[in-house]
Design a protein around this ligand. Sequence first.
Ligand SMILES: [Zn+2]
Length: 307
Amino acid sequence: MQILKPIVHETIWGGTKLAPYGNSSCTRIGHLYCAVDTNEFCSEIIAGSSKGRNLHEWFTEHKHEYGLGQYEQLPFLTALVDAAQDLSIQVHPDDEMARKLVGHPFGKNESFYIINPPSSGSMYSGCRVKDIEEMRRFISQGRIADAIDSIPVKIGDYISIPGGTLHAATAGSLIFEIEENCEVTYRFWDFDRTDAVGEKRPLQLKQAMACLHVEKKSAVRRYNPPNPICERMYHSWLVHGSEIESFRCERTFALATLIYGEEQVDIQDEQETAIIRPGTTILLTPGEAFCPGTSDWIVCSPSLKVS
Ligand SMILES: [Zn+2]
């Protein structure tokens, strides 16, 4: 069992909810990365037998044992997201467009688990136009806001957002996010917001339009414990400590992130004890188990290839 240290990422739309969990005085924390292995961020292992190494080194050493040899980096990443303001309206490429535009082998599908719902009760999802021509017309007429659809979301909802879907998290929401590891986001619209010096953030409208599938919407689901929700590259389980005594990692490795509560965890081989707070992740290998205590967790594992 290894423990990963969360990483603070400041963004202009972030807030203060994650500051105590990231040991940070930053007042605009957008992401608290829980398990991440990208070019920009990499989780550090702070307890366990691989202490002092990072998640990329661990993944590179073990990926062949789990049938993930084709991946350069951990194929998914997780984060807590505090949206103090609406995020910009964005789109991620699907596989075809990721290959075409940036030469990445796969696009980005992502999932949001709603810990605190947004104050508006909805998030942006999909379009209100029938085709890309109509979208072009809305843009040229300065009516972008009218072309963007939204869906109602409530606490405990799990939202699947396929690549090519117009989307954005909205103000007030606290989310646990699981994303496929393709670092490509195209900003479609930013509500004409300006920063402290009156600058707008750049848009990538051309690429966003090329990736956009106007008919795609996010899908809202609910966890039904003990069953996982299965996506093409990751599975995840919602674990309520009040309902089960221990969670056992079975066939592939698992990343268990505490999302609500606080626990003390003994790391058996190391005779260490760690305090686990929201955003901190335990990395388990098959045969290992952890006790969720009275806290809530989301556990993520890579999807096993169907052969
Ligand atoms: Zn996104």
